[in-house]
Every structure is written in structure tokens, then in C-alpha cells.
Design a protein around this ligand. Structure first.
Ligand SMILES: Cc1ncc(COP(=O)(O)O)c(C=O)c1O
Length: 366
């Protein structure tokens, strides 16, 4: 937030700022999404929906999971939510009581600890490292987890590392006696790894997903969760009290999104892969070896310990000197204050300009 606000202040003064700090796709909204939304408005399908979401969308999501992952889920296990953010909040309220311990895999999405604290939960941080290629180290985790741990939040593919946990890790985690919330918001944005859902490993987990990233629908506020049937009624009551339902027009837009053909999806994935490859090779040319292969989502997490001990100061300095926004590692956990996150969610052209500025910074100011 601090970086974005500072960047906006510079922009107001007329400076050209390149944004690689934001995890938001800048792809144009697909015409099928727009068409479905317009149709819902024109047919006055814009009132409250059932609090679980419209049946058509829940059916289509169940079909997608069957087709893409071979997993059978009933539409009755799906709740459509206001972005995956609401799905996450509903899941956490469902699973934790004040005082409960929740494990986060560091580096983690910055909202997790805040949400846990709001609910009176206790955060326990399990650190991963570049030496382990940001995979959960099974031996270390076995020693780390204890009986008091109530919930584990898993985020694979990950924000900020761009790493998907491998099958051995998923299998291992599924064997533990702990509730798992699997945040799969970047599911499908896989370039060198297989798209996975934790449901294939443990049907009792809660899976959180949404349309913001894969379908570039951030502002539509559309997400969903998949939960065991016995939890659904409680989650529905929470949804009814907190949000009533997800935006109805967006839900119809989501039906449009799920009709996008494979060719278009391949184009998108090819384009992200090209951007990822460009970003990685630019960093390498600058002498920054990230030491692992970011195989998914649209982030690269780089160790900048040769340049700083304070990632926020470094990020502010990069912004000031060359007009480039990056995300400081400290946001993603206390162990990562020497890191910064680059996002390659914007156009290749923007990324080229951004990494050009980074090259200039390294050359001129370090
Ligand atoms: C890991 C992770 N989970 C959840 C979200 C929230 O996404 P939304 O509420 O737009 O679906 C984000 C957004 O950046 C994210 O990175």
C-alpha cells in the first residue's frame, strides 16, 4: 500500500511510473464475460441470488473440476462468494475459534495473518526457503506441527513465490490431522507444473478459488469455495448474514468465463510463460539469480540481500530513483525482509519497460 500510494503521488506530479508491484492481470475482459453480464442486465437478472450462488454457475464449476482434475464434487458443496477474499473469510470463521493456532507457510499472502488476528486466532509461521525451492520441507514440517494447530492455510500456486507445491508435499499434508484451507486462486496459471487441486488429495479440505486471476476479473468480485457438505449450511448462514450473496451480474459473467475455449486459454498461458521467461532472463542479465524456478501464478520472488537489509527502503528507493514499483518482501513475512516481489501480470511491453528500469537501478545506484 505504501509503495502504491507513493507511486500515485509521483504520478499526480506527472512522473511516469511502471507498476510491477501489483498482482492484477491487465488482460482485456473476454467478450464472452461481457456478453453474459450484459445479457443478465438486459433480462433484469440483477436481483439478489440464492445465498449459495446461482445454480448454473455452481453446476459449471463442478463440471470444470471434473474435466480439469477428474474430481467429483457436487454443486451442493460450492458457495459463490464476493471474490476469493470472502471465501477465505467465511472458511476461517467456520474453522477457527479465538485462541486457535493457524499455520501459515512463509512467505505468505499478506492478508492471511491479519484475518487470523481479527478472528482472535494465533499465527504460527512455518518458513520455506529458496534452498528448498520454496517447497514445504516434509521433515521440518513434521517436527514443527503440534496437536494444538487447528488449521493450515496452503497457497499453491503461491503468491509471492510463483511456486506450486509438488505431489509429495500435497500427499504428505493431506495425511495430517489438521484442517486445511487450500487457497487455489492461481490454479491453472501453471507453466511448467501440473495444475492441481488439493481436493484430489483430501476431500475434507476447504478449497478457495475465484475468477480474479485466471479470468482477469478482479473488479467483478467473484470467487467461490468448495467445502464438505456438512459445513455448507453453516457457511451459507454466514454468507447470508455478511454479504447476502455474490454480485448477481458477476455470477452470470462467471458463467460466460467458464465458456471460454481451450484455444484462448492456451494463448493466455503461452503469453504469461513468455512474460515469465523474459522477466527471469532480465534478472539473470542484471546478475540477480533467483535460485529457483517460478513455475506458476505471475510472481517472481528475488533475494536482494546483496543490496539491502530493508526491503521497504529498497522498494521506495527504486521507486524514487527510476520510477519502478515493486513489492517489498517484508509484506510476505518477517524472514523475507531482504527480498522483493516482481509481478509479471501486466503486458509484456510494461514488463520490458519495468525490467529496463530495474537494470538502470542496479547499474547506476548500487
Ligand atoms: C493468494 C491470494 N489469495 C486471495 C486473493 C484475493 O483475490 P480475490 O479476492 O480478488 O479473489 C489474492 C489476491 O491477490 C491472493 O494473491
Amino acid at each position: 500500500m505504501e509503495i502504491l500510494e507513493k507511486a500515485q503521488e509521483y504520478e499526480r506530479k506527472g512522473r511516469n511510473i511502471t507498476h510491477l508491484e501489483i498482482g492484477e492481470p491487465t488482460e482485456r475482459t473476454n467478450s464472452l464475460i461481457k456478453k453474459a453480464a450484459k445479457q443478465s442486465i438486459n433480462s433484469n437478472n440483477s436481483r439478489y441470488s440464492n445465498s449459495l450462488g446461482i445454480q448454473e454457475l455452481r453446476d459449471k464449476i463442478a463440471t470444470k473440476y471434473k474435466n480439469n482434475h477428474g474430481v467429483s464434487i457436487s454443486p451442493d458443496q460450492i458457495v459463490i462468494t464476493n471474490g476469493s477474499s470472502a471465501a477465505l473469510i467465511l472458511s476461517l470463521i467456520t474453522l477457527i475459534k479465538p485462541g486457535d493456532s493457524v499455520i501459515l507457510v512463509e512467505p505468505y499472502y499478506p492478508c492471511y495473518p491479519q484475518l487470523i488476528k481479527i478472528l482472535g486466532g494465533k499465527v504460527r509461521i512455518f518458513k520455506t526457503s529458496v534452498q528448498d525451492k520454496y517447497q514445504v520441507n516434509i521433515k521440518k514440517f513434521s517436527k514443527f506441527i503440534n496437536k494444538k494447530d487447528k488449521v493450515l492455510i496452503l497457497n499453491s500456486p503461491s503468491n509471492p513465490t510463483g511456486v506450486s507445491q509438488n505431489k509429495d508435499v500435497l500427499k504428505f499434508l493431506s495425511s495430517l490431522k489438521i484442517n486445511i484451507i487450500s487457497d487455489e486462486i492461481y490454479e491453472g496459471l501453471n507453466y511448467d507444473s501440473d495444475p492441481e487441486t488439493f481436493l484430489n488429495y483430501n476431500k475434507n479440505s476447504i478449497v478457495v478459488n475465484g475468477f480474479s486471476k485466471f479470468y482477469s476479473m478482479t473488479g467483478w468480485r467473484l470467487g467461490f469455495l468448495i467445502a464438505p457438505k456438512n459445513l455448507i449450511r453453516g457457511i451459507q448462514k454466514l454468507q447470508q448474514n455478511m454479504y447476502i450473496c455474490a454480485p448477481t451480474v458477476s455470477q452470470y459473467a462467471g458463467v460466460g468465463a467458464l465458456s471460454i475455449n481451450q484455444e484462448e486459454i492456451e494463448r493466455l498461458l503461452g503469453s504469461y510463460k513468455k512474460r515469465r521467461d523474459y522477466a527471469l532472463s532480465s534478472l539473470r542479465d542484471m546478475g540477480i539469480d533467483v535460485g529457483y524456478s517460478p513455475d506458476s501464478s505471475f510472481y517472481i520472488f528475488a533475494d536482494m540481500s546483496n543490496y539491502t537489509d530493508n526491503s521497504l527502503d529498497l522498494s521506495l528507493d527504486i521507486l524514487k530513483k527510476v520510477g519502478l514499483g515493486v513489492a517489498p518482501g517484508i509484506d510476505f513475512g518477517p524472514s523475507f525482509n531482504k527480498f522483493i516481489r516482481f509481478s509479471y501480470s501486466s503486458s509484456l511491453k510494461n514488463i520490458q519497460v519495468g525490467f529496463g528500469k530495474m537494470r538502470e537501478y542496479i547499474k547506476e545506484y548500487t
